[in-house]
Design a protein around this ligand. Structure first.
Ligand code: CP
Length: 306
């Protein structure tokens, strides 16, 4: 059984094929509208979500399938103490594929070990968010025309931001990708990403605390929110929450073709005045998320049927 737990579960070639299918879906949605007739996706969300859950549901509905699931641990039998392992055994009887978000790192992996349907990690704690990464890769490839030979700035909460961890994991596989890691000292990238992902793959990277000083170098600026839900201490969160605010003045320092991406939700880190800048692509990014999840569902269901 093939699952998607980590962005590295797919080879670069498979990712390219997936993005090709997603692009074709974006151009010819009608041709895919009955591909999953009779199939069901279960969305098992133990943590809040707007985009990921709804885009999985939209993706399956666009493919002619159906959806079921829960949107919080409190509304499922997890609140009575049921384990992830038992839950997925049940869900395997109800659905053909599932997407799981969980606050505990590794919970989707545990589910996959007890599942007879494909499990997609829809975000596990501060660890990984592979389908956001697929979305980000497709956005960059479509709007920039390439995934290699780029300088990407990742800004904000690099410690707890799982989208950043997943994206770095995926991008180190492409040639000449330069990483500029912009964070306060308290929210620097975890040591294992710096050592085992960046250094061990000989990726070029630097760490800075000031966004302004690197704006002009960037092909892509990937902004992230400070992850309030991962802080142990509310005072610490309040001290950190507005550490970077991208506004029109800072955008003046950037190249005319720099892309601004953000996995969303946004809090204060991108001023709304930036939304009308043609370089702001975070709402287009959301649309790519539906197409790539449609392609992913098709791929995993096809592999499961072999
Ligand atoms: N990007 C993302 O994961 O958003 P949600 O938390 O709303 O799913």
């Amino acid at each position: 059984m093939r699952h998607l737990l980590n962005p590295l579960d797919f080879s670069v070639e498979e990712l390219n094929e997936l993005m090709d299918v997603a692009l074709d879906i974006s151009k010819h949605p009608d041709q895919y509208s009955e591909c999953c007739k009779g199939k069901k996706i279960a969305t098992l969300f133990y943590e809040p979500s707007t985009r990921t859950r709804l885009s999985f549901e939209a993706a399956m509905l666009n493919l002619g399938g159906s959806v079921l699931g829960f949107s919080s641990a409190a509304s499922s039998s997890a609140s009575k103490g049921e384990s992830v392992a038992d839950t997925i055994r049940m869900v395997s009887c109800y659905a053909d594929i599932c997407a799981m978000r969980h606050p505990k790192e590794g919970a989707p992996l545990v589910a996959s070990l007890h599942s007879s349907i494909p499990v997609i990690n829809a975000g596990d704690g501060g660890h990984q968010h592979p389908t956001q990464t697929l979305t980000d890769l497709m956005t960059i490839r479509t709007l920039k025309g390439r995934l290699d030979h780029i300088t990407i700035g990742l800004c904000g909460d690099l410690k707890f931001g799982r989208t950043v961890h997943s994206l770095i994991n995926a991008l180190v596989r492409y040639e000449n990708v330069r990483f500029v890691l912009i964070s306060p000292n308290e929210l620097r990238i975890p040591d294992y990403i710096r050592q085992e992902v960046l250094s061990d793959n000989h990726a070029e990277f630097k760490e800075v605390t000031q966004l302004e000083e690197v704006m002009s170098e960037l092909d892509i600026l990937y902004m992230t929110r400070v992850q309030r839900e991962r802080f142990f201490n509310e005072e610490e969160y309040i001290r950190m929450k507005d550490c970077y605010i991208l506004d029109a003045k800072k955008m003046e320092l950037a190249r005319s073709d720099m892309l601004v991406l953000h996995p969303l939700p946004r809090v204060n880190e991108i001023s709304v005045e930036v939304d009308k800048d043609p370089r702001a692509k975070y709402f287009e990014q959301v649309q790519f998320g539906v197409y790539i999840r449609m392609a992913l569902i098709l791929k995993l269901l096809e592999e499961a049927s072999k």
